[in-house]
Design a binder for this molecule. Structure first.
Ligand code: SAM
Length: 280
């Protein structure tokens, strides 16, 4: 589906005059669910940083590999916050390949995501879509669908991938703390965030994109430092399965890569980091 800006074709609840994080990000991944306002944001970002697509691809590749990794643990319940538009491979498709009884609850607040999600998941009774504000943890954790299908007293995988950089101010560590506190011991958190590596090569890239996101109609999208990001993962043991690299925060593309890298990573690819943390 390629939405047009003609009002008669705009689904109920969608504002075609405001760009959406989900649609712009989906556009970078090759999706076609874009309005003119979304294309304008993409063009601005591409003009400022032609390799910006590597941030979206690095992020999504990390999410997929982290799901593949965790699906091989005994954990069979996944809470995917800010799930985004369906793409080539989604959390439920990856984890149910390893365990067809795994349950996945997706949470988002974008009307296009919710509509696609519900349609896609109709035939899979172990997958559910919830409309809630992921930055208000109680609205997710206490949601009746989450309570009905996930037992949070058992180990769970919580995904906050490509979401917390949309929180302005210094609320993100508190929000993550509320989620982590609600998880049972042995649970995992899959997490990624825009990153400012604080080097002369990378900081200008981070600042250019941040300026477009924060000062434009999107209104949010912070590139944070290593310490600022680690503060959101307090209390977790960060794992990285590809020894001998040390565990911890990792450039998304370098977290459990599928094979040897044949070409060097672009500078933009260094501006998104991911981590998988285990709650002891
Ligand atoms: N997690 C997916 C991934 O990494 O591929 C999608 C990431 S996308 C950049 C961010 C998603 O978070 C979008 O789908 C957006 O609609 C959703 N989102 C942003 N703010 C939200 C909020 N306050 N409540 C629920 N969802 C939100």
């Amino acid at each position: 589906m390629a939405p047009q800006t003609s009002p008669s074709q705009v689904p109920v609840g969608v504002d075609p005059t405001r760009p959406s994080i989900a649609r712009v990000y989906g556009g970078f991944l090759g999706g076609k669910d874009l309005y003119e306002v979304d294309r304008k944001v993409m063009t601005k970002i591409n003009d400022a940083v032609p390799e910006a697509v590597d941030i979206a691809r690095g992020n999504r590749g990390f999410l997929n590999r982290a799901c593949r990794f965790l699906a091989q643990t005994k954990i069979d319940q996944f809470l995917d916050c800010g799930s985004g538009l369906p793409t080539a491979e989604n959390t439920h498709q990856i984890v149910q390949r390893f365990n067809d009884e795994a349950r996945v609850v997706y949470v988002d607040n974008d009307p296009v995501v919710l509509a696609h999600g519900r349609a896609l998941l109709e035939e899979n009774f172990r997958v559910h879509m919830v409309s809630a504000d992921i930055f208000v943890p109680n609205s997710v954790l206490e949601h009746e669908t989450v309570r009905r299908y996930l037992d949070l007293s058992r180990p769970t995988v919580l995904l906050q991938v490509g979401t917390m950089h949309h929180v302005e101010g210094d609320h993100a560590p508190r929000i993550m703390r509320e989620y982590i506190d609600a998880l049972a011991p042995g649970s995992y958190v899959v997490f990624s965030h825009f990153y400012d590596p604080q080097t002369p090569e990378h900081t200008p890239i981070a600042k250019r994109i941040e300026n477009i996101l924060v000062n434009g109609p999107m209104g949010a999208g912070r590139f944070r430092t290593r310490d600022e990001i680690l503060a959101m993962l307090d209390g977790l043991e960060l794992i990285k399965p590809n020894a001998p690299s040390p565990p911890g925060l990792s450039i998304c593309d370098e977290w459990w890569p599928d094979g040897p890298r044949l070409t060097p990573l672009s500078a933009a690819a260094h501006c998104i980091v991911g981590a998988v943390g285990r709650k002891p």
